[in-house]
Design a protein around this ligand. Structure first.
Ligand SMILES: CC(=O)CC(=O)SCCNC(=O)CCNC(=O)[C@H](O)C(C)(C)COP(=O)(O)OP(=O)(O)OC[C@H]1O[C@@H](n2cnc3c(N)ncnc32)[C@H](O)[C@@H]1OP(=O)(O)O
Ligand SMILES: NC(=O)C1=CN([C@@H]2O[C@H](COP(=O)(O)OP(=O)(O)OC[C@H]3O[C@@H](n4cnc5c(N)ncnc54)[C@H](OP(=O)(O)O)[C@@H]3O)[C@@H](O)[C@H]2O)C=CC1
Length: 293
């Protein structure tokens, strides 16, 4: 584990923040999880506890490791609770103005030698770095969902990211037992540059009536051996996040092939964001997910 990274701050206690706190604590690091409300933090701790228990019942970790990891995670609803962290990873919503405001406020309280990272799915690391007081200590550390299960983390250097920051991030990620893929700082990096247009095309396939939700997901699961169908995966990622990534691709690469499907826009406008809001391409409110089209 990177000698200099002992305490990790995580901003945003959503599905990614929970996962990052979970794997960092299991790796023996002290973690401080931040979100806007105490209620959100309480439910995040319950989720992390449940996910650790799942790993105990699958014999992936011991009950002792579960309890020690939980005890390593502190919580704060104020950014100054992160002041003495060695690394702070931002995992708030995929909206550039929200992230820029967080970095501005964080820099005012965070110790100067600390590294700041964003888990953004798509937004320019160079641009986000420019909203901090330390672009040479800023980097993209992009985990995949669900964090405890997925092996890959993308590392993205902004134009100003220093070698020492890159090496410390690499050591941190490797210490979590993850593999690294290095991506240049272009919209949506590697995984989402390839994955999200596929998901968007699946939504066009639904929009144009080529197949219904079930047919599209079964086709890709059994016909292409994808572990989840593209619409099931979109719900899993979050439709708001999928739309934001497509918008960054569309604007950043100025190519109509990245146009977000109007049906995706409509679902987000309805507040049907997938699993996290209980409704998306499937309705999750009953015992089993039911297709909404
Ligand atoms: C958008 C971005 O910026 C980048 C991205 O992340 S893109 C998304 C990348 N991820 C993928 O493509 C995932 C594709 N799906 C898969 O690989 C597999 O379905 C999977 C690994 C997620 C699940 O594998 P599985 O063997 O079926 O797991 P299983 O034990 O049945 O668990 C499934 C469930 O637990 C989650 N899960 C399992 N163990 C977990 C753990 N320890 N912690 C957190 N979540 C866990 C699963 O997502 C799912 O949730 P529910 O039970 O609530 O429905
Ligand atoms: N979902 C995915 O598959 C992946 C997502 N990512 C990226 O990770 C980030 C988070 O995504 P995800 O976890 O799915 O999103 P979620 O919507 O699950 O969680 C985001 C969390 O951030 C909180 N939040 C919002 N604003 C602030 C703020 N100013 N300060 C602190 N917390 C805040 C939200 O609170 P509230 O709900 O109260 O607004 C929520 O708890 C995004 O940048 C996304 O692109 C990266 C890889 C995969």
């Amino acid at each position: 584990m990177a000698a200099m990274i002992r305490k990790v701050g995580v901003i945003g206690a959503g599905q990614m923040g929970n996962g990052i706190a979970h794997v960092a604590a299991l790796a023996g690091l002290d973690v401080v999880l931040n979100d806007l409300s105490a209620d959100r933090l309480k439910s995040a701790m319950a989720t992390i506890n449940g996910n650790l228990s799942r790993q105990v019942s699958k014999k992936i970790i011991t009950e002792d490791a579960h309890q020690k990891a939980l005890a390593r995670i502190g919580q704060t609803d104020a950014l100054d609770g992160l002041a003495d962290c060695d690394l702070v990873i931002e995992t708030a919503v995929e909206k550039e103005e929200v992230k820029r405001k967080i970095f501005h406020d964080l820099c005012a309280v965070l110790k100067p030698e600390a590294i700041i990272a964003s888990n953004t799915s798509s937004i320019s690391i160079t641009r986000l770095a420019a909203s901090t007081d330390r672009p040479e200590k800023f980097i993209g550390i992009h985990f995949m969902n669900p964090v405890p299960l997925m092996e890959l983390v993308e590392l993205i250097r902004g134009i100003a990211t220093g070698d020492a920051t890159f090496e410390a991030a690499k050591e941190f990620v490797t210490g979590l037992g993850k593999q690294i893929a290095v991506s240049e700082d272009f919209p949506a990096f590697i995984v989402n540059r390839i994955l999200l247009p596929m998901i968007n095309e699946a939504i066009y396939t639904l929009y144009e009536g080529v197949g219904n939700v079930e047919a599209i997901d079964v086709a890709m699961k059994l016909g292409a051996h994808h572990p989840m169908g593209p619409l099931e995966l979109a719900d899993f990622i979050g439709l708001d996040t999928c739309l934001s990534i497509m918008q960054v691709l569309h604007e950043g690469l100025a190519d109509s092939k990245y146009r977000p499907c109007p049906l995706l826009v409509k679902y987000v406008e309805a507040g049907w964001l997938g699993r996290k809001s209980q409704r998306g391409f499937y309705d999750y409110r009953g015992e089993k997910p039911v297709p909404t089209r």
